[in-house]
Design a protein around this ligand. Structure first.
Ligand code: SAM
Length: 363
């Protein structure tokens, strides 16, 4: 196969370096912006190629040298070849570009929020037949040490097994009712095996602090997609009243339990889909907190938020800046972007967490 030389110009959404061949982009895993490389074309698609790195001719000063065997096959090690500052540049630039392309909005100021722990930060792993899924594949790879978590797993267990380690390690299959406990700020939280809980506690605390710092004091706070009630409970002593809405009954039951053990009186949880909840909601809202799954908030809910609920402020936390930008595009006639934070919740991976603070125009 023909070997080509190229220069990495920018990154695609998965943090792969992009060079050009025949005026089409070539995505090359494991490369860094500015590097000159030798590569070959592995796949041809109508609008792009996938290339394989053969040799780095001129390395970037931001290259991280490591000797992890088969790192290119292990899901979650996507940015392992970049040092911290290059990973930060990729993540900040991705959020800026998503808002520019999707919401036609220029972000001029970003807050960068990171923790100290860049490896072994995950408190949850999912293992398949004792192994890990390979990147973008149904094949597994047998590894002895997972760089992103210190959890030790049992290689002999068959099927998909979830492990979560907070105060104690719990593990089991999806349907099992098992709990582990954690504390954040002055509150205790019960977390079920199947409930949502942020995987990187150090950065989650910084994210929640950012949300609390931007909450409107003593108001009505509506926390949509409330999970086990973390944000609702943490926001309770800065709010007159908090309403949390969560569709998953395991997470909702943890939220009720957490309200009880923390002796919180001014929080109500509802086990509902946010769009059916919001259709019937009649009270006013000062701060609306949104923390949806990767798919973002559905259009109907967004329209009800801007036309009927009309909160003074929206604090929107997201693990997918592209859907966050697309949701902001719908809200932007009524709300302006007051703050943007990019969080390094998932070091070594291309995944990004971001928080935007929106204020209603003409309040
Ligand atoms: C990213 S998690 C946020 C959890 C919580 N805010 C936290 O910080 O731990 C998203 C949550 O939204 C819930 N969810 C997904 N779709 C929903 C819907 N249509 N209505 C209500 N909750 C939903 C999921 O079950 C999950 O608990």
């Amino acid at each position: 196969m023909e070997q080509l030389t190229g220069t990495i110009i920018y990154y695609n959404q998965h943090g792969e370096g992009v060079a050009f061949y025949n005026t089409k982009p070539v995505y090359i895993y494991g490369t860094i912006k500015g590097e000159e490389i030798l590569y070959e074309i592995q796949q041809t698609h109508p609008t792009y190629y996938v290339g394989k790195l053969i040799k780095i001719l001129k390395p970037s000063i931001n290259r991280n040298y490591h000797n992890i065997k088969n790192s290119h096959l292990i899901g979650g090690y996507d940015l392992i070849h970049m040092n911290d500052s290059e990973q930060r540049k990729f993540k900040e630039e991705k959020v800026i570009q998503d808002f520019k392309k999707i919401a036609h909005t220029d972000i001029t100021k970003l807050d960068w929020i990171e923790g100290k722990q860049k490896t072994k930060y995950r408190n949850k792993i999912t293992v398949h037949d004792g192994n890990f899924y390979q990147k973008n594949s149904n094949e597994t790879i047998d590894i002895d040490d997972f760089l992103l978590s210190s959890i030790k797993w049992d290689k002999s267990l068959k099927g998909e097994v979830i492990y979560r380690k907070l105060d104690t390690l719990i593990y089991g299959y999806k349907h099992e009712k098992k709990y582990t406990f954690d504390s954040m700020f002055e509150y205790q939280f019960r977390v079920g095996l199947n409930s949502f809980y942020q995987v990187n506690k150090e950065v989650a605390i910084l994210a929640y602090q950012y949300i609390i710092d931007n909450l409107l004091d003593n108001g009505i706070t509506l926390d949509l997609y409330s999970g086990i009630g973390t944000i609702s409970i943490i926001a309770s002593n800065k709010s007159q009243k908090v309403i949390g809405v969560e569709i998953n009954s395991d997470s909702y039951n943890d939220a009720l339990y957490n309200k009880e053990i923390n002796k919180i009186k001014n929080v109500d949880f509802y086990n509902k889909d946010v769009s059916s909840f919001i259709k019937e909601y009649k009270e006013s809202v000062d701060t609306l907190i949104l923390d949806p799954p990767r798919s973002g908030v559905d259009k109907r809910t967004l329209n009800l938020i801007k036309d009927i609920i009309k909160p003074k402020r929206i604090i929107y936390m997201s693990c997918n800046p592209a859907t966050q930008a697309s949701n902001f595009n719908i809200l932007k006639k009524d709300y302006h972007l007051s703050k943007t934070a990019v969080l390094d919740m998932f070091p070594q991976t291309y995944h990004i967490e971001s928080i935007i603070v929106l204020d209603r125009n003409n309040q």
